[in-house]
Design a protein around this ligand. Sequence first.
Ligand code: C2E
Ligand code: MG
Length: 480
Amino acid sequence: MHPILQKLLKRFQLDPAEPPDDTSWEAFLDDVNASLVQADEQREQIKEQLSYDALHDALTGLPNRTLLLDRLQQAIERRKRNPEYDFAVIFMDLDRFKIVNDSLGHKVGDLLLIEITHRLTNSVRSMDTVARMGGDEFVILLEDVDDVQQAQHFAARILEGITAPLHLEDHEIITTGSLGIVVSEARYENPEDYLRDADIAMYHAKEMGKSRYEVFTAELHRQAMTRLTMEASMRKGVEQKEFVVYYQPIISLKDEQIVGFEALLRWQHPRRGFLLPADFLPLAEETGLIVPIGKWVLDEVCRQTAEWNQGLRSDAPLSVNVNLSTKQLIHPNLVDDIQSALAESGLESKYLTVEMMEGALVRDEDLMREVLQKLKDLGISVHMDNFGTGFSWLGNINEYSIDAIKINRGFIASMDIQGNNAGLVRTITNMAQELGVEVYAEGIETSDQKFMLTALGADCGQGYLFGKPQDAEASEGLLN
Ligand code: C2E
Ligand code: MG
């Protein structure tokens, strides 16, 4: 008997010593056939399952990015063949998902995503594609739309659908989303181009206050291009050392002597000229470039201050204030960067002060407490900048062991010699003194303001009255 036949008989538990007769032989072959068909079907099922998994999101069962890109490619091809055919892409990001995930846990977060999936699919037609891009990002491909108004109408329906309160494990949750819309146009070649621009429009919706939709426009395109070039030139600016530190004198109001400076960043841009923080800081923050730029500021300021203190001002050493944004404060390298700036310059830590914004405290209380404690341990003072504009109150200033508050320029500007509008400044100053926190006044422009602030008991001040921010060389002139 042929060895293969022998193996088959054995596999089907027939005795190879007793070869089957004709009828059982036929039954045996049918069995073999049926098993082969079954194996084929199983293989086919597994193949289908695998390709389904490769194209769908495991949690929600929605098409994933790969499948969406494929459908988008097909829509682009279809539009090429038939220019009458239009489609739209909506990029959606949930506005508060991270809060839900962090406060109620991943399980509730997952349930929320599943519920949002139902609501999204119910808001569009069956021919449309709702895809999950990962995290809390969804993309909807609207097939065959008449015009941008129709796409906006769907965006409004989606918003309405997801905003209705939902109940998950005893919690009532209200979710909103920010949506960016882009409508098909001949200039788009690739699916990725649509996603990029819908994403830009979505970011714009977030900037405009969230829980809304925005359509991608030529103006948004221009802004995005400016940002891209600006970001690239900022990176280059760091390498080419185009950033400069300016110094504004800080005066003791008791004797009007310079006790230090506030370091204020400037950018000498090769084409756009001299730029102030307002022109580039928001983008530096957003891109994270503030971290390397801020490290350079720390190095430069410590070097310069150490030089002044070892030379011109060895009799009355200066301390210099450096502004730190929230992003810098929560960056894990901050303490190391400060330590190395101090070590390399030889500046004593008591001559370095960091200024933080009130907003930083609301961000992540525990982390901020830890960071501020580390700065204290290093012997660095911490001042609360622009006090009165944010959410903090003097009690929590004390809790975070802040050494001084800087009263926001707006409050100083609104005071006049009759003492009008001085009430708030008086209250803040009195309470700060009670708590043993020093008071600095920002933006002193007139001698009346200086007089009032001295009378109210503020310790130090800065402003155009005493000196505008200027470069290190000019500032040195003030020290002689
Ligand atoms: P800030 O820390 O509140 O700095 C005070 C701002 O008020 C400075 O604006 C200063 O030039 C301006 N100023 C000072 N005295 C007067 C005055 O008498 N009248 C008027 N009208 N303005 C006065 P600047 O230099 O444009 O800086 C803006 C902000 O940029 C700063 O506000 C600070 O938050 C941020 N910044 C500056 N340098 C840095 C830096 O190196 N790192 C970080 N993270 N932020 C920085
Ligand atoms: Mg400041």
